[in-house]
Design a protein around this ligand. Structure first.
Ligand SMILES: [Zn+2]
Length: 136
């Protein structure tokens, strides 16, 4: 059957005015890290964006304690790197979970996170205004 006759048939069958099928567009996917300070592990979870309803905490699959959502940019330290884990925990306890901190609203530059625990102690004071409600 040629194209012309197929179209005639469709017309007769009343298909012509049917709307195009709606294709659901999947939003981008966010991978978020949930860190467990008890067993020093990080679990990746995937969420569709929107609706942006990812949880702030989850239960650790290993030790069942609370894991904290440290977002998309968190790179977990080595399990043996106790000092780094201490620093990350300290930041999380003070409401810093690697959210972007922009002190200049006209710029997209964000404040870099501290490298050490002692830097973190100054950091949480200096940027208190940008702290989130601690989830721990
Ligand atoms: Zn754990």
């Amino acid at each position: 059957m040629d194209k012309q006759s197929r179209m005639e048939l469709r017309k007769k069958a009343g298909y012509r005015d049917l709307p195009e099928p709606v294709v659901k567009v999947q939003g981008p996917e966010y991978s978020m890290s949930f860190a467990c300070f008890n067993c020093k592990t990080s679990n990746m979870r995937h969420f569709n964006v929107p609706p942006c309803d990812y949880p702030k905490t989850m239960k650790c699959p290993i030790c069942k304690s609370t894991t904290v959502n440290l977002g998309r940019h968190f790179k977990p330290p080595k399990k043996s790197d106790v000092a780094q884990w201490k620093k990350v925990k300290f930041l999380a306890e003070h409401g810093f979970v690697f959210q972007k901190i922009r002190t200049d609203s006209s710029s997209y530059d964000s404040v870099p996170y501290p490298d050490t625990l002692s830097e973190a102690k100054e950091f949480v004071v200096k940027y208190k205004k940008w702290a989130w409600e601690p989830t721990l």
